[in-house]
Design a protein around this ligand. Structure first.
Ligand code: 13P
Ligand code: SF4
Length: 304
């Protein structure tokens, strides 16, 4: 405990010296969320990265999030403390796949989920996150939409529109995709009075059982406002940290047996200290990729 306190003091000192800001995703370890300047979902963190006046952004999340920060703030130093924290879903589609899809569907516009590499963003028309995907699908000026890579989020969006969504069947999040209807039923049997909150990366059959379908911050905000006292949560278990802290009078249970994203859990306090101390791992992207990818991210931020 004493060791951890010392480490946190060193992190704060370095952070001040470097005029840095620490951003953390809602799935990060509790001790990381506790010291972050801000914890949030992908959309909030993108907005903050675009607006911050800090010289350096320490991004505690996975690589695509740190890349997004770099694309939106190219003049700043963006550090990913754990170089190997990657979202497996982001590697399930590449720039070549998007070019091939465009050839097959020349009239379609491309919406890429934020969980993509910078190169995929550079090939896309608009980006989206779990918080704004439905709004963007509705607003985009196209009757045919190629949506990459999350097949579950795409299928969920299709339930809101008559536009044709071309789904990339190879893309999914292994954490959400393995949550089953049986898992939900088990939770409901235990807590019949609880509300079920589901992340839209889950399968459609699980989404259909939900009381609310929300992004991670959407869930946190909903819980705060709700009069209900018990919640079943179909997403990664890092979300419980803020839910419990901000609502000590309410109870939460994640649905499913293994709800951890191992990449989200890779970053430690030690990594953050070394990130600031040794300037690692610096996100470096080619100028032309930054320029093309910023177009689709800025389109998202002006759309909604
Ligand atoms: P949110 O944008 O809802 O936080 O989701 C990010 C993510 O990676 C979910 O798996
Ligand atoms: Fe990627 Fe899923 Fe982990 Fe989110 S929870 S970072 S989508 S693997």
């Amino acid at each position: 405990m004493h060791k951890q306190k010392n480490l946190i003091e060193k992190i704060f000192k370095l952070k001040q010296q470097r005029r840095a800001i620490i951003l953390a995703h809602n799935y990060q370890r509790p001790e990381i969320q506790a010291i972050a300047d801000f914890a949030g979902d992908s959309l909030e963190l993108s907005r903050l990265a675009a607006e911050t006046k800090a010289d350096c952004i320490v991004f505690c999340g996975v690589r695509f999030m740190a890349e997004t920060a770099k694309i939106l703030s190219p003049q700043k130093t963006v550090l990913l403390p754990e170089y190997d924290a990657r979202c497996p879903m982001a590697s399930l589609v590449n720039a070549e796949d998007v070019r091939a899809l465009r050839k097959q569907h020349p009239k379609a516009k491309v919406i890429c989920y934020v969980n993509t590499t910078a190169e995929v963003k550079a090939e896309s028309d608009v980006c989206c996150t779990s918080a704004n995907a439905v709004q963007i699908i509705k607003k985009i000026d196209a009757e045919e939409i190629i949506f990459v890579p999350d097949r579950n989020l795409a299928a969920y969006c299709q339930t809101f529109t008559d536009k044709k969504i071309i789904i990339w069947d190879k893309g999914y999040c292994y954490v959400h995709d393995r949550i089953t209807m049986e898992d939900v039923n088990k939770g409901r049997n235990k807590w019949p009075e609880a509300l079920l909150l589901v992340h839209p990366e889950c399968r459609l059959e699980v989404i259909r059982l939900a009381d609310q379908v929300l992004s991670t911050t959407g869930m946190i905000d909903y819980v705060k406002k709700s009069k209900a006292k018990k919640f079943l949560v179909a997403t990664e278990d890092g979300i419980l940290y803020r839910m419990k802290k901000e609502n000590p009078d309410k109870e939460f249970m994640v649905v499913g047996s293994v709800n951890q994203c191992c990449n989200m859990k890779k970053t430690t306090l030690q990594d953050i200290f070394y990130a600031l101390h040794k300037n690692q791992t610096k996100i470096v992207l080619k100028d032309d990729v930054i320029q093309a990818a910023s177009y689709c991210l800025k389109a998202m931020l002006t759309y909604v």
